[in-house]
Ligand binder design. Structure first.
Ligand code: ATP
Length: 265
């Protein structure tokens, strides 16, 4: 069973997100505002959104941004991955979804994060299995039934927005879409700064240059690069236990950069 809720889940803050300023701003307006100020929406007579779709390539920070909004707005966070909901046993998938929505309601304000949404809610013409059809129907029922006025919000993540069943993208369902794209150079600088925070960087290291040379790297790649460089530095420390050698050098980063690019493609 997937870990549900907040307990034991690492907390993320907006400081942990590199780049994605406009995207974060939009997500906050859509989710945090109704969570914090339901009275505002009531007064204005508008319904806060029930569902937001985050779409973009893997490793760009969709999960991260959702967790950060939950942490910062004090919402209960339930994360499920599409494929793990699908069960071959009759009725089990629907039951699982009902439990998730029930947990969200009991602990509201809550955010339900469904990763790989396309795997449970593919366009119907692409659906082959009966299970998927029933899961989509159940998800629609649960979302239509949300009466918490913004106190329960569902964030779906997918790599391909056009792979999602159109019925799920209608008003009152996942009717906000935010693209989380591949970071540009200034965003890569910010992401590298975050992931080398607290690491001993040698004097010759320039994160600006590294960001210039890592075109096409997503956040997950840059995080892996920083982690791997730290591990290399650890190896250099070990032979004679010289702490001065436990430093991250530009040369290591340069070598790893090539490796990370190969690794990804
Ligand atoms: P997937 O589609 O594979 O689920 P995702 O878009 O949800 O990917 P995350 O799981 O959020 O990607 O990102 C993986 C890790 O990469 C994060 O935990 C974080 O360490 C790093 N990362 C990704 N994007 C960013 C970013 N914009 N700023 C800082 N770190 C990032």
């Amino acid at each position: 069973k997937p870990a549900a809720g907040f307990e034991g889940v690492k907390r993320f803050s907006y400081e942990d997100i590199g780049g994605l300023k406009d995207e974060l701003q939009r997500l906050r307006e859509t989710i945090e505002l109704p969570l914090r100020h339901p009275e505002l929406f009531q007064k204005l007579g508008i319904e806060p959104p029930k569902g937001v779709l985050l779409y973009g390539p893997p490793g760009t920070g969709k999960t991260l941004i959702a967790k950060a909004v939950a942490s910062e707005s004090g919402a209960h966070f339930i994360s499920i991955a599409g494929p793990e909901v699908i069960s071959k046993y009759y009725g089990e998938s629907e039951q699982r979804l009902r439990e998730v929505f029930e947990e969200a309601r009991e602990n509201s304000p809550s955010i339900i994060f469904i990763d790989e949404l396309d795997s449970i809610a593919p366009r119907r013409e692409e659906v082959t299995g009966e299970v998927e059809r029933r899961v989509v129907a159940q998800l629609l029922t649960m979302m239509d039934g949300l009466e918490e006025r913004g106190q329960v919000v569902v964030i779906g993540a997918t790599n391909r927005v056009d792979a999602i069943d159109a019925a799920l993208r209608r008003p009152g369902r996942f009717d906000r879409e935010i693209e989380i794209g591949v970071p540009g150079e200034p965003d890569r600088i910010e992401i590298l700064k975050i992931h080398t925070r607290g690491m001993p960087l040698a004097e010759d290291v320039s994160l600006n240059v590294l960001a210039q040379q890592t075109h096409g790297f997503v956040g997950a790649d840059l995080a892996a690069l920083a982690r791997e460089a730290a591990i290399r530095a650890l190896r250099r420390y070990l032979p004679d236990l010289d702490l001065d050698k436990a430093e991250i050098e530009q040369e290591t980063l340069d070598k790893l950069k090539v490796f990370a690019a190969d690794f990804r493609s």
